[in-house]
Design a protein. Sequence first.
Length: 473
Amino acid sequence: MNDNARTPSPEDQSLKPEQAAGMAAHAPAQADSGLARDMASLQAAGMQTERNVAENHATGAPEHAIAQSEQHSGQPSHTGNVTHVPAQAQPEQPGAVNGNLIGVTPPHTPAGHGNARNGNFTPTQPASSASGKAAAKALVLRSAEFRKGREQGWKRLDDMVTRVEKSGITALSPNEVEELPLLYRATMSSLSVARNIVLDRNLLLYLENLGLRAYMAVYGPRSSITRSLKEFLSSGFPQAVRAIRRHLLLAFILTLAGVFAGFMLVMADINNFGTLVPEGLAGGRGPGSTAQELLDEEIFAPWTGFVDTFVVFANSLFRHNSMVGILCFCLGFALGIPTVFLLVYNGLVLGAFIALHSARGLTVDFIGWLSIHGVTELLAIMLCGAAGLAVAERIIFPGALPRLENLSRHGRQAASVAAGCVGMLFVAGILEGGFRQLINNTPGRYAFALVTGALWLIYFAKAGKDNGNGNKI
């Protein structure tokens, strides 16, 4: 069929086969007689197809049954510009030939359809439904067989992991210790396979949970929380402090500079105390306070009881001091600039308090009162600032390594210092909340501060060091 083929008009389609043959007989003499006969037979076949379509629409048969009927008879049908070609005479994929759409009869009958032969329609059962059921059945069988052959190993691993979680790795025998990683790897392999063939979602969740627990038993830390804390306090914390001793010296200088500046500003004008010290931190103390009021209400104030001092007041002090210390450490990531300001400001407040009491002639008594907790508290805050400065140094001067890699290597050490300082601030809160008022004489307070300072110095200088025999002190 060429591109110039026209669509038959309704008048042409209404012709009977005899009329079509007569018209072909009166064709011009120069036309080929064989071509005329072919045209007549094609028109007759088209009319027959039209009648078949009408009959099948009336009986509910699908149109593709006509194509199957034509395939059986070997005659193509022409309806408009769409040509239905018998399946054995057309290519594997449908396409457009000479501008006309070629429709291919499907190789299998869809579900609910049937075959049409000689105008009769016979329903057939689709093959895809049966094959799908068979595949699903085979998959279920594979899932059951998969679980049956491996479940004993999973249960044994579950039992071993449970014992490790309760009593540690020492709960296993030497043979079980050797078997544990093998069972873990076998379970992880089973999980990988189960994700592809197993239909039971609960089984997948069980294997995932078992694999995670077994991973912690095989590769997790072998020490308990108590032992880890003991190792941190005995060696980890003091070693980290010794590693940042240069930064600690810088933090001490910054704090001392703030103390000097605050002292000079308040001594020059007592009213500057209210400018440097917030009202909440002043606690009612200010330029209007007399020496007797400071002695009776602050320095030698009576002890108010265990709950008020060791619970309420100590908790408030610990939260405030911890916030200051953690800020000093965390703001080191901002190139250390905020950390420097915090250290200097902390010194400014301390210098303002010293100047206020010095103006009343209470310098020695006030420093003794302050030293009971001040040795621990101020040291912890300066250590937090030193850790923040160490982080800032790794960011500003990364050396040969990239900044992030250099920070990851040395940032853990600084974080260890900050974590240890939180414990020191807790001790300082206990000392400030209770022991400061329990020791009500200035010489005793200085002695207590001297002992506290000496203990911290020995701890940071000696703890965690090798004693020469390969053992740590």
